[in-house]
Design a protein around this ligand. Structure first.
Ligand code: HMG
Ligand code: MG
Length: 315
C-alpha cells in the first residue's frame, strides 16, 4: 500500500568495494559510510571479517569500525564466515565494554549458497558444512548480543553449475531462520535472474518455512545484482510479493570475486527512484544518493554505473 516503508540495506562499502583490485584507503570507506548516513541510510553493510587472503580489500574492516563516528541508530552489519571472523569482531567489541549503544556494530551477516560449487568457491566447504559452521557462529553471536542476518547466494543461477533449483533456497532459508537469522537475503549473485525466477525462489522459501516464523515474507530481503539489467525488475517483483528489505549499492558498485564477469549490485539510485515512483518510502534522499554514487565511482576510478544517478546529476 502507498507510503509503506521499504528498508534499503546499503551494501556499497562491502559488496560494492570488496572486488576492487587497488586497495582503497580506509578513510575513503569511512567517508562513504558517513555520507550514506547523511543521505538517510538506516542500514549500511560496512565490511567483512573474512580471510584477507581470499578478499584482501576487506582486511581493514576493524579499522573502519574503530574510526567511523559512533551512531547506534544505524545498523552496520559485517560479514562473518566462521568462528575466526566472529572472534575478531568480539575482540574488537570488548574495547567498547558491555553497553551495546557504544558498539560500532551490533550485527553480523552470515552467508552460504544454493549451489555446491559456488559454496566451495566462496567459502571452501560444502553447503551442509557451511550450515554447520554457521549454526555455531550464529549461536555464539546471538549469545553475545548481536543480531544475525543471513544470505543465500546464487538462488537462481550459478556461474559454475547454471540453473539452480529454487527448492534448494527453501531448504537453506529454513535452516538460516532456525539458527536465528532475523532475515534471509536472497542473492542473485550472477545478476541474470528474471522476475519470475526470483518470485519462484521466494515462493519456495515461504512454502518450505510456512507455519513457522519463516512463512512470513517480512523475513526475506532482495539482493539483486544487475549484470543483465534485470535487477530493478527483480527488486520490484519481490516488493510486490511483500518483501520490504532491499539490498543495493550506490553507483551500482561491486561484484563478487567468485562470480566471474558478474557486475555490481543494483544501484541504490534506481531502486530508490523506482520505489518512490511506486509510492513507497525509503528515507533515502535520492539527490544525495546520486552524488555519493558519482563520488565513490570517482574515488575508485570507475565510470558511474547508475544511469538513474547520471540522469539526476545532469538535470
Ligand atoms: P579456508 O582457507 O578454508 O580457511 O577459507 P581456514 O580455516 O583453513 O584458514 C586458512 C587461513 O585463513 C588461516 O590463516 C586462518 O587463520 C585464516 P593461516 O594460518 O594460513 O595464516 N582465516 C581467517 N583470517 C581472517 N578472518 C577470518 C579467517 N578465517 C580463516 N574469518 C574462509 C575459509 C571461509 C575463511 C574463506 O573461504 C573466506 O574468507 N571466504 C570469504 C569469501 C568472501 O568474502 N566472499 C565474498 C562475500 S560473499 C558475497 O559477496 C555474496 C553476497 O554479496 C550475496 C550475493 O551476492 O549472492 C553476500
Ligand atoms: Mg552480492
Amino acid at each position: 500500500s502507498k507510503g509503506e516503508h521499504v528498508r534499503i540495506v546499503e551494501v556499497s562499502p562491502r559488496d560494492g568495494l570488496q572486488n576492487e583490485k587497488g586497495l582503497i584507503p580506509a578513510s575513503t570507506k569511512v567517508e562513504l559510510i558517513h555520507k550514506l548516513r547523511k543521505a538517510g541510510a538506516e542500514c549500511i553493510e560496512s565490511g567483512s571479517f573474512v580471510s584477507p587472503k581470499w578478499v584482501p580489500q576487506m582486511k581493514d574492516t576493524a579499522e573502519i569500525l574503530r574510526t567511523m563516528r559512533p551512531d547506534s541508530t544505524i545498523s552496520h552489519p559485517v560479514l562473518v564466515p566462521n568462528d575466526k571472523g566472529l572472534d575478531l569482531l568480539l575482540k574488537l567489541l570488548e574495547e567498547y565494554g558491555s553497553d551495546k549503544s557504544a558498539w560500532p556494530t551490533d550485527e553480523i551477516a552470515l552467508f552460504t549458497a544454493a549451489s555446491e560449487q559456488f559454496c566451495k568457491a566462496n567459502t571452501n566447504c560444502s553447503i551442509q558444512e557451511s550450515l554447520q559452521r554457521l549454526e555455531k557462529v550464529s549461536e555464539r553471536a546471538l549469545n553475545a548480543g548481536l543480531r544475525v542476518r543471513g544470505y543465500i547466494s546464487v538462488v537462481a543461477h550459478c556461474p559454475y553449475q547454471g540453473k539452480v533449483k529454487p527448492e534448494a533456497s527453501g531448504e537453506i532459508a529454513e535452516q538460516l531462520l532456525q539458527m536465528g537469522c532475523y532475515e534471509v537475503s536472497l542473492g542473485d549473485t550472477v545478476g541474470s535472474a528474471s522476475p519470475s525466477e526470483m518470485r519462484e525462489v521466494l515462493a519456495k522459501c515461504l512454502q518450505k518455512t510456512s507455519g513457522k516464523n519463516g512463512g512470513d515474507v517480512s523475513k526475506y530481503a532482495a539482493h539483486c545484482h544487475d549484470t543483465m539489467g534485470t535487477g530493478l525488475a527483480n527488486v520490484l517483483a519481490l516488493v510486490r510479493e511483500g518483501v520490504r528489505s532491499v539490498d543495493a549499492a550506490v553507483g551500482g558498485l561491486g561484484g563478487c570475486p567468485y562470480s566471474p564477469g558478474a557486475t555490481g549490485n543494483i544501484d541504490t539510485e534506481s531502486v530508490v527512484y523506482g520505489l518512490h515512483a511506486e509510492g513507497y518510502e525509503t528515507g533515502i534522499d535520492l539527490e544525495e544518493a546520486a552524488k555519493i554514487g558519482q563520488w565513490i565511482s570517482d574515488q575508485v576510478g570507475k565510470q558511474n554505473n547508475s544511469s538513474a544517478g547520471r540522469a539526476i546529476l545532469a538535470r
